[in-house]
Design a protein around this ligand. Structure first.
Ligand code: GAL
Length: 943
């Protein structure tokens, strides 16, 4: 059997050890290498000389540098399942680098370290074969000191896309090959630090940290620790390390000849009475699953983007990362130590494709793979053992069950008793310390909360962030707060894995793959370019560590931190009436310890005389339009009092709004007369077609009258896996409703248009009555709907759609904003007055779908057309129709038309997270039912 298909670990490699840099010489071999791609291992030339090579950037993937194509599958292996064999058509990339040593390079042993080669590499230095790497996202080191020469060293790495290891690396992501992490030559001085392990625990009762180090002497000047020898420990008063307060002590692990800078964080992880504790306190994971992804570089993520990820996470109240589904670039963990994130470090193991075969032949339970599985665990643990951020070791992902997983767990526990073991697939918890599940419904988590208090429970994946969503995060948070051992979870997932191509982001199938899983790879809280999606903003709000709410007496400030007080925050308030600021100030908040709350009095708001100067408010030209209603909101923000490593002073960590005065009711309309001349009907500013009853003109604006609309371009969650709503909606024909005019009733001062709206082929439908009245420049529409017959499904939306002239562009509203909001994902929208444009209202989901809804809108101005709710409505405005949005596959398919399509909704169906997980919770489902809804149109509203 060739080395490519050998089921064992790599060969010729050195025992695994911690990843570190020291004062010993090192040489980065990253940069431009020679490269050539052969269609198979057999076709790869035997000769590594010659000039007939292209070039490639290392680290990098060849498929993203013009050689071959990326391919995406979620579960299925893209090759026949006959382990350990792989296709003969096995793209093979030869990488060659000629390098000189710096003049100062010492005459000492040296190792060549590869941080990651996907999937298997055969390595030669100066014509001598060093061995084989396996385990794509794990390091491999080779002893090379004896082979080095001052000049003209020739390093050749033959990398195969497929190998036996591919069976163990079936993660839901792009198949991308190459030397995708750094390559470094490291001098290993005789008598240097071969490897080391820092033990730094914290006793929350005594406040003492206990430090010992294996592998060298340790000096930590700040703690007065000088040359503490191996095998000895010292206990000193320290500040503990936590994700909330990532206190690190700089030190040096050293021998006589080598010094390794270390950053030591004191912390203790334990499970007591079924609860996971850090430094004695229960923690809650407000986490994300992070794949390494960049839209141009794939998994070869330049370090500035790893930093960007961490800054964005911290700024959006993420406190934990599961490194799905492989150990990340080792530098990422140092960043987690520094910025403060709890980490579940996951091994590079997933055999999900065997699920398609009912798990027959699953490597997790086949002894021939045992050594390989344990080798992967060993390499992760040894590499990452010195990071305080790593709390749990995870065996891997979706590899079912089996003795090899048990062996990995027991190896890890023996080697590192200081960290519990995690793995999701072990439902019976035979070899894990933490019960972990993915996508369990709220109901099931509640049941786990009630019945399984013997172990900590985490959702290693929940709230699938594919497309528009996830909905229902708030209700998960409530469960994390209800049960002590239900300790949070990790959103699936951090980033959309879109790849830049032709002005849009590509997903599965865009590269002509014959087997693929489409846009299932586009399911992150940030877009491929790391722009936060509305889902991330919602996450930040739902999981904010401070909750600010109104009480009968004033304001409650409640801490949801697990370790730190609120001392680092300032509390500022603004009072707005009708969205216009009338007063502001700061709140004096007494000290609040982790998990505690205080109630304080409202600031002194003179709500009777504190009315805003309404001359600045948007008013329609008609004086009767009800815009200045005296609706008053107090917004309190918790902001950073001083800059941190991850945000500026003033950054908002949490906020809350308290209703102070309610809106005065809308002025009733004092109806004007309906006038009919020839084939036109006029009512106030509205012009109607007497045959259809449709509004054709509003003031000077041609419009295509509002009609009942029940359709939205399905979201990924609507299209979700189990029993999708979208299927029911399409079968019901909601995307092709027909409108039958029953009667256009012109009365003295109202126009009543009675219609029945229904899909073709079916008997059910909806009576929709439009009652128009007018008052000066204000045109009021009341819509009354009554279902007729048995409706087989929920409704995507219930509201009105109208087409307006395309010149309208600027948008302003008073309501929830500034971002989009849906019934079950609306925490991050606050009540205020916001400005935007039709174009900027769109959320560019990589796979086009319903987006951009603004909720709870009191009034809207679009161009100079005003819409005033009774009391509120939701709206979307876009330059394409819902049907265009429905048909589009990529953002570039959306071509602006010469109209603005405005939807004014009474409600939309919630979002849920059925693209992978539970659907819309009952309270957010929209059913066909009798409903009434009124809006007022003003043809020329000025602001
Ligand atoms: C999980 C899996 C993830 C991802 C997710 C769906 O089952 O662990 O890797 O596939 O589903 O996006």
């Amino acid at each position: 059997m060739s080395y490519i298909e050998d089921m064992g670990p790599g060969t010729g490699v050195l025992p695994p050890r911690a990843f570190f840099t020291s004062d010993a010489a090192s040489l980065s071999l990253n940069g431009t290498w020679d490269f050539r791609l052969s269609p198979s291992a057999a076709a790869a030339p035997v000769d590594f000389g010659g000039d007939d090579w292209d070039t490639i950037t290392v680290p990098g993937h060849w498929q993203l540098q013009g050689h071959g194509s990326p391919a995406y599958t979620n579960v299925r292996y893209p090759f026949p399942v006959e382990p350990p064999f792989v296709p003969s058509e096995n793209p093979t990339g030869d990488h060659r680098l000629v390098f000189d040593l710096p003049a100062s390079w010492p005459d000492e042993p040296a190792v060549l370290r590869f941080d990651g080669i996907d999937s298997c590499g055969l390595v030669w230095l100066n014509g001598v074969e060093l061995g084989v790497t396996r385990g794509s996202r794990l390091p491999s080191e080779f002893e090379v000191g004896h082979l080095l020469q001052p000049k003209g060293n020739v390093l050749v790495v033959r990398v195969h896309q497929w190998s036996s290891g591919s069976y163990l690396e079936d993660q839901d992501m792009w198949w991308l090959s190459g030397i995708f992490r750094s390559v470094t030559l490291l001098s290993r001085p005789r008598g240097g630090v071969a490897d080391f392990e820092v033990h730094a625990s914290y006793d929350h009762v005594t406040g003492l940290g206990t430090l010992s180090v294996d592998g060298g002497l340790v000096t930590v000047p700040e703690l007065g620790v000088v040359d503490l020898p191996e095998g000895q420990s010292v206990s000193v008063a320290v500040e503990p390390w936590s994700a909330e307060s990532p206190r690190l002590y700089d030190g040096v692990v050293h021998t006589a000849v080598e010094h390794v800078p270390v950053r030591i964080g004191f912390r203790t992880v334990e499970i007591t009475d079924g609860v996971l504790l850090v430094n004695g306190a229960r923690i809650v994971f407000r986490g994300v699953n992070r794949h390494e992804h960049h839209p141009r570089f794939g998994r070869a993520v330049p370090s500035e983007f790893a930093v960007a990820d961490i800054l964005l996470m911290k700024q959006h109240n993420v406190n934990a990362v599961r490194t799905s589904h492989y150990p990340p670039d080792p530098r990422f963990l140092a960043l987690c130590d520094e910025y403060g994130l709890w980490v579940i470090d996951e091994c590079d193991l997933e055999t999900h494709g065997f699920g398609e075969l009912d798990w027959a032949g699953n490597p997790s339970d086949d002894p021939r793979w045992a050594e390989s599985c344990v080798d992967r665990m060993r390499r992760m643990v040894e590499r990452d053992k010195n990071h305080p951020s790593v709390l749990l070791w995870s065996l891997g992902n979706e590899s079912h069950t089996g003795r090899n997983l048990a062996a990995m767990a027991s190896w890890a526990r023996d080697r590192d008793p200081s960290r519990p073991v995690h793995y999701e697939g072990d439902f019976d918890c035979e070899y894990v310390d933490v019960y972990s599940r993915m996508y369990a419904s709220h109901e099931e988590v509640d049941e786990i909360g009630r019945t399984r208090a013997d172990m900590p429970f985490v959702l290693c994946e929940f709230a699938h962030a594919m497309g528009n969503g996830p909905g229902g995060m708030l209700e998960y948070r409530e469960l994390f707060e209800r049960y002590r051992h239900v300790q949070g979870g990790f959103i699936w997932e951090w980033i959309d894995h879109g790849l830049e191509r032709d002005g849009h982001y590509a997903y599965g199938g865009d590269f002509g793959e014959s087997i693929h899983d489409g846009n299932f790879v586009i399911d992150g809280l940030v877009f491929p370019d790391r722009t936060p999606s509305p889902g991330l903003l919602e996450f930040a709000k739902v999981f904010e560590p401070v909750r600010i709410t109104g009480t009968s007496a004033g304001v409650r400030i409640a801490s949801f931190y697990d370790h730190i007080s609120l001392d680092h925050l300032k509390f500022e308030w603004v009072y707005e009436v009708d969205g216009v600021e009338v007063a502001e100030g700061s709140l004096e908040v007494p000290p609040v310890a982790a998990g505690q709350h205080v109630d304080i009095a409202l600031p002194d708001l003179d709500v009777t005389t504190g009315q805003p100067d309404t001359t600045d408010l948007p008013t329609p030209s008609a004086p009767t339009a009800p815009l200045a209603t005296g609706e008053g909101w107090l917004t309190v923000r918790a902001t950073l009092a001083a800059p941190t490593t991850w945000a500026e002073a003033g950054h908002t960590v949490a906020w809350g709004q308290i209703s102070i005065t309610e809106a005065a009711p809308t002025n009733p309309i004092s109806a004007v007369e309906l006038v009919g001349v020839g084939d036109v009907l006029w009512l106030g500013p509205g012009e109607f077609d007497p045959a259809t009853g449709l509004l054709t003109r509003l003031g000077d604006h041609p419009v295509e009258g509002p009609r009942l609309d029940l359709w939205r371009a399905p979201t990924d969650n609507d299209r979700g896996s189990d029993n999708p709503e979208e299927r029911a909606w399409r079968e019901a024909g909601l995307h092709r409703l027909q409108h039958r005019v029953i009667e256009v009733g012109a009365q003295e001062n109202e126009l009543v248009v009675r219609t029945r709206v229904a899909p073709p082929s079916w008997g059910f439908g909806m009576f929709a009555d439009y009652t128009w009245t007018a008052d000066g420049d204000r045109l009021r529409l009341q819509l009354d709907v009554t279902p007729d017959g048995d409706w087989p499904c929920t409704l995507p939306r219930l509201g009105l759609r109208l087409a307006l002239p395309g010149e309208l562009s600027s948008v302003e509203w008073f309501g929830a904003g500034p971002g989009e909001a849906y019934a079950d994902s609306r925490q991050s929208a606050r009540i205020g007055r916001f400005e935007s444009t039709v174009d900027a209202l769109q959320t560019p989901y990589v796979f086009p779908q319903e987006n951009g809804n603004r909720a709870n809108v009191r009034w809207l101005r679009i161009g100079d057309i005003g819409v005033v709710g009774e009391p509120v409505f939701d709206f979307t405005a876009r330059r394409w129709t819902s049907e265009d949005l429905d048909a589009a596959q990529h953002t570039t398919d959306l071509k602006p038309r010469d109209r603005v399509y405005l939807n004014l909704d009474l409600a939309q169906h919630g979002l849920g997270t059925a693209s992978c997980g539970p659907g819309v919770l009952p309270q957010y489902r929209l059913h066909a039912q009798k409903a009434s809804f009124a809006v007022n149109f003003c043809p020329s509203m000025r602001t």
